[in-house]
Ligand binder design. Structure first.
Ligand code: ATP
Ligand code: MG
Ligand code: FE
Length: 332
């Protein structure tokens, strides 16, 4: 089966083609318009999706070397995400399905982040635990089957990606700051400035206290030395990144013990972080885990993950009807 997939939940317009579960193309148009605002502006995101969607789909079809009439189904992100952004992808998918008389398949964006692990080998075996860390979510997911997933831990406030992005803002770095903190952290000492680890019960997370302590720390240091950030950017980034990552890994250890599961995956935009990837590899040796880390292009938002999720739903004949509407908030 040939699946066309559309992702438009936030600020990436993406289209992918997958044939019998093999990815043939994955085109991602990132919207630069938000940079000068220091965050995604929903109204501008919707307009950019509207401009990008047709060219991105055409590029995905061309790159896959197929014909539009070869497509057997169209999968799209129904939610969660920005409603105006989701509406663009949803409307396109519906129109395409209707015009070509093919089935429509709805996909949950957060399930798709997890299912990105089924694009390439090695693929995890069920059940496994997946830490999904992105711009809007921080979840530990117990994955029993493709569409049988349970969130066993999540954040009470900010997401891990938000912690990266808000810290970057405090440090005067442009949006999205996660990748920049990663870059500076590589040259810094992670133990230079110890930030406190929050004590949150169970498998849940909290990052807002950390954000506040970083804010006060930077404010106090700058008062004493106006050049503090200029001279210590690498160490500050390395220390913040180290704390965020250790919070994540410590909760994963707790989850692994609690469920007796040693197959551990990471997913979502923050799984692109080089420090987290390295610490997961260390954890694999230390705790005897089988660790699954997605290829970079499948960490941040992309339509390939929607395509693979859509493919498994298509095989189950799990189709959506033409009156389906996107959802800003959406459970599994
Ligand atoms: P959600 O999936 O929760 O709806 P989203 O789709 O906006 O949110 P993603 O695109 O999956 O999120 O991830 C974006 C986030 O990942 C941003 O917060 C960004 O800063 C972060 N990120 C990307 N690369 C890195 C990196 N190398 N290090 C740290 N954070 C990163
Ligand atoms: Mg994005
Ligand atoms: Fe995402």
């Amino acid at each position: 089966a040939t699946i066309l997939a559309i992702e438009s939940s936030c600020d990436e317009t993406s289209a992918a083609i997958c044939i019998d579960g093999i990815m043939r193309s994955n085109i991602i148009a990132t919207q630069a318009v938000h940079q000068k605002y220091g965050g995604v502006v929903p109204e501008l995101a919707s307009r950019a999706h509207q401009q990008n969607i047709i060219p991105v789909v055409q590029e995905a079809v061309a790159a896959a070397k197929i014909n539009k009439k070869d497509i057997d189904a169209v999968a799209f992100t129904r939610g969660p995400g920005l409603l105006g952004s989701l509406l663009v992808g949803t409307s396109f998918a519906k129109a395409f399905a209707l015009a070509n008389d093919i089935p429509l398949v709805e996909v949950n964006h957060m399930q798709a982040h997890v299912l990105a692990h089924f694009i390439d080998d090695p693929k995890p075996a069920f059940p496994f635990l997946c830490l999904t860390v992105s711009g809007g979510h921080t979840q530990i997911v117990l994955v029993r089957d493709f569409f049988n997933m349970e969130i066993v831990g999540e954040t009470n406030d900010d997401a891990a990606g938000e912690a990266f992005d808000k810290t970057a803002k405090i440090l005067g770095l442009p949006y999205p700051g996660g990748p920049l903190i990663d870059k500076y952290a590589r040259e810094g000492n992670p133990l230079a400035f110890p930030f406190p680890e929050p004590q949150i019960p169970g498998l849940d997370f909290s990052f807002s206290g950390l954000k506040t302590s970083i804010l006060y720390f930077v404010r106090d240091r700058l008062k004493a030395d106006p050049d503090f950030l200029k001279n210590n950017m690498n160490d500050v980034c390395a220390s913040v990144q180290y704390r965020i990552i250790t919070i994540l890994i410590n909760k994963l250890r707790k989850a692994a013990k609690q469920y007796g599961i040693n197959d551990i995956a990471i997913a979502g935009g923050v799984s692109a972080n080089s420090g987290l990837r390295a610490m997961m590899q260390e954890a694999a040796e230390k705790y005897n885990w089988s660790v699954f880390i997605p290829a970079f292009q499948y960490c941040t938002d992309n339509a390939a993950m929607i395509a693979i999720a859509g493919y498994y739903k298509y095989m189950n004949k799990d189709f959506a009807s033409q009156d389906i509407a996107p959802l800003a908030r959406m459970n599994f």
